[in-house]
Design a protein around this ligand. Structure first.
Ligand code: COA
Length: 260
């Protein structure tokens, strides 16, 4: 499938999705959100893919936000719909995907761009990256989950300050805050992120999917994360990969996981 605003490559079970609107600093217009949503759904179902990396094209931006030109004339109802549809079709969808999704933040990650990175399971940034939620400078608040996920990642006080001041933070500050896990040189960002993906791929896919579900449960209203963990732990015992993992350990060999 060809996408207007995305480049996709699949190599050694790692799919790299590159948002490709560099002239607009990869801003998320409707077409790009729709492309991303379709691509992530398709890659989620593709058995040749175990980990998805999302990055931006060019050296300047991961994603400089939602496309301001598209919503400048929106009404109250249209604004609420923009947030609701985006959250459901893309941001929540990524967070709840059974396969790991890693953001490789290669430059500006602002507004919807930082929200996209935060919807991913974790983040790696290049040392030139700048991150922030500048929506209040436009008379808005973050609408793709930023008011929820930023405090989860950096704590309430820092999130309040970042959102109220609209300030950008550097990659190093983002690492100190716990917003990104690693900082690399720009030229090394993708290889470094793929190195983490390769480590993940060695492990049992069903167990990984259940770890994602259990960790996410802690952040969902009405869910008991401990209950989710207990059920998921139990389900792992019914998989071939559990038999393979434990047998391989006892036989002192490397496990070959199939995801079954
Ligand atoms: N929506 C739409 N277009 C955007 C955009 C966005 N969020 N961010 C950047 N662009 C466009 C610019 O309009 C410009 O297009 P043009 O060349 O046709 O005029 C192009 O991308 C390059 O951006 P420019 O502003 O010229 O680059 P810069 O290096 O001077 O500044 C930023 C970079 C990121 C600081 C600046 O683009 C910016 O503040 N962007 C908006 C960030 C934002 O508020 N995001 C939250 C949206 S909810």
């Amino acid at each position: 499938m060809n996408y207007e605003n995305l480049l996709i490559s699949i190599e050694e079970k790692i799919a790299t999705v590159t948002i490709n609107r560099p002239a607009k600093l990869n801003a998320l217009n409707k077409a790009t959100i729709s492309d991303l949503s379709k691509a992530i759904k398709m890659l989620g179902k593709n058995d040749d893919v175990r980990v998805i990396i999302i990055t931006g094209s060019g050296e300047k931006a991961f994603v400089a936000g939602a496309d301001i030109s598209e919503f400048a004339n929106y009404t109250v109802v249209e604004g609420a719909m923009l947030a609701a549809e985006g959250q459901e079709s893309l941001f929540d969808f990524i967070e709840n995907l059974k396969k790991p999704v890693i953001a490789a933040v290669n430059g500006f990650a602002l507004g919807g761009g930082l929200e996209l990175a935060m919807a991913c399971h974790f983040r790696v940034a290049s040392d030139n990256a700048k991150m922030g939620l500048p929506e209040v400078t436009l008379g808005l608040i973050p609408g793709y989950g930023g008011t929820q996920r930023l405090p989860q990642l950096v704590g309430k006080g820092r999130a309040m300050e970042m959102i109220m001041t609209a300030a950008m933070i550097s990659a190093e500050e983002a690492k100190q805050y716990g917003l990104v896990n690693h900082v690399t040189a720009p030229a090394e960002l993708l290889d470094f992120t793929k190195g983490i993906a390769q480590k993940i791929i060695k492990n049992a896919p069903f167990a990984i999917s259940r770890a994602i579900k259990s960790i996410n449960a802690n952040y969902k209203d009405g869910k008991d994360g401990f209950e989710t963990e207990i059920k998921s732990f139990g389900k792992c015992f019914g998989t071939q990969d559990f038999k393979e993992g434990t047998t391989a350990f006892l036989e002192k060999r490397k496990a070959e996981f199939t995801g079954k």
